[in-house]
Design a protein around this ligand. Structure first.
Ligand code: XBP
Ligand code: MG
Length: 249
């Protein structure tokens, strides 16, 4: 089937946001709430198995601070911490601390030139996505995206397929006409369960995960050094609309 849309994950895929972005913002919020929690680089790698910031804080409480589970209005308190964390993260984006990964701008430009739809499927908060896009690609960048599926728009986050199914539904396209670009096993599971062929660009935290059923595994979008499981073609150039179309067929 002809390629109609490419669905991008955000964290780890559009930009390396986790270690020096979200993690820092979580710690700043904990400090503001006078909590002595410190999510260091290694612990954060463990916590990343849980997608969604609010869900990640709850998981941390359950496993590292269980006495707080009996706190009144726990969900509301977690939501307040998370809102504070989002504000800190937005500051980091606005300070220009988080650039796009190699090849993202090039591929987006090429997709637009070829009238291929572009969408986002992420567990992060909508403001984080819109601000990242505006800070890195300019104020009009949001118009480049046909659908943005983010955060709590679905109740079950990745690895559940719900966010990808929601985006497909909004695009009014079958999974077979789309490709997803992800960086993590949770993301690969989510897109694959929605029936979408998936390319992985590995990130620092996800490098050792199981990507055996991805269509293609790349260092980043500019890299020609890859392993590809599903496609029989060989690729000696960075990922392009042509390569994406070949992968689908
Ligand atoms: C990203 C996430 C998010 C971010 C933090 O996963 O799990 O929770 O870490 O963002 P994926 P929020 O790339 O698989 O979508 O705090 O806004 O949730
Ligand atoms: Mg990701």
């Amino acid at each position: 089937m002809a390629l109609s849309a490419v669905l991008f994950d955000v964290d780890g895929t559009l930009a390396d946001t986790e270690r020096d972005g979200h993690r820092i913002a979580f710690n700043q919020a904990f400090n503001e709430f006078q909590l002595d929690w410190e999510w260091d680089v290694d612990l954060y790698g463990v916590l990343l198995q849980i997608t969604g910031g609010k869900e990640r804080i709850r998981f941390y409480i359950e496993n590292y601070a269980p006495s707080l589970l009996s706190k009144n209005n726990l969900d509301e308190w977690i939501a307040q911490i998370h809102k504070t964390k989002t504000n800190y993260f937005l500051n980091l984006l606005k300070e220009g601390k988080i650039p796009l990964r190699p090849g993202i701008k090039r591929l987006l430009d090429e997709l637009r030139k070829n009238n291929i739809k572009i969408a986002i499927a992420t567990t992060t908060t909508y403001e984080n996505v819109s601000t990242l896009l505006q800070c890195t690609l300019g104020d009009s960048a949001l118009e480049w995206f046909d659908v943005i599926g983010a955060g709590d728009i679905v109740s079950k986050k990745k690895p559940a397929p719900d966010i990808y199914e929601w985006v497909l539904n909004q695009l009014n396209l079958p999974a077979e006409a789309c490709i997803a670009i992800e960086d993590s096993e949770n993301g690969l599971k989510s897109a694959t369960a929605a029936g979408i062929k998936t390319i992985i660009t590995v990130s620092e935290y996800t490098r050792e995960q199981n990507f055996s059923y991805a269509a293609l595994v790349l260092e980043d979008l500019e890299s020609t050094n890859h392993t590809h499981q599903i496609a029989a073609q060989s690729f000696d150039k960075p990922l392009s609309v042509q390569t994406l179309s070949d992968l689908l067929n």
